[in-house]
Ligand binder design. Structure first.
Ligand code: URA
Length: 194
């Protein structure tokens, strides 16, 4: 892993005009956490808070993510490198368009190839669709490891439910989305240690 490389990639993102989102962003949202992390978490796209602060997962969903990480014993600053499928905020928090994801793909690929994580956590359906079969349903495959993904051999991919969804699901009973997510994160932590 080279910090220099990541800085270069970030500089390129700053100058990127490959899709129209550059015109409406306040800040690019490149990454957070540690470039030495074994676990990389990929979310969907920056929201209003992320666009304001230039950091991923700092709004309400991010705060809930932090709570879950803590419960699972994952240190956000040391154990994780965090990025999104796209680096600029889509207006009104809509999902990223296919063309926007395609325009940003090379940056995410470069981040993965530089950080070289052991595990990639696909946070939500949008991130999952960027790497796994688009027909998969996140509710069915969350918590499952996927290997031998073309171009990313040697990396284990695991989808988890997105914290924005969990914000609307309050139960913590066994088998609830919150309970399953905590179990998924504990499994991720254990696997990263092996
Ligand atoms: N949701 C995401 O998917 N990413 C962020 O950075 C914030 C919210």
């Amino acid at each position: 892993m080279s910090f220099e490389n990541l800085k270069d990639i970030e500089k390129e993102v700053q100058q990127c005009k490959s899709c129209p989102l550059y015109a409406t962003r306040n800040n690019i949202v490149f990454s957070d956490g540690s470039p030495n992390a074994k676990i990389m978490l990929i979310g969907e796209a920056p929201g209003a808070d992320e666009d304001k602060q230039g950091k991923p997962f700092v709004g309400r969903a991010g705060k809930l993510l932090n709570e879950f990480l803590k419960l699972a014993g994952i240190n956000r600053n040391e154990d994780l490198y965090i990025a999104n499928t796209i680096k600029c905020r889509p207006p009104e928090n809509r999902k990223p368009a296919k063309e926007e994801k395609a325009a940003c793909e090379r940056f995410l690929q470069a981040q993965i190839n530089t950080v070289k994580p052991k595990i990639i956590v696909l946070c939500g359906a949008t991130a999952m669709e960027s790497f796994l079969d688009k027909k998969l349903k996140i509710s069915k495959v969350r918590g499952e490891f996927f290997e031998n993904i073309k171009g990313y051999e040697g990396i284990k991919f695991i989808p988890i439910l997105h914290p924005s969804y969990l914000l609307r699901q309050h139960s913590t009973e066994t088998g609830s989305p919150r309970d399953l997510t905590l179990k998924d994160l504990i499994k991720i932590k254990k696997t990263a240690l092996i």
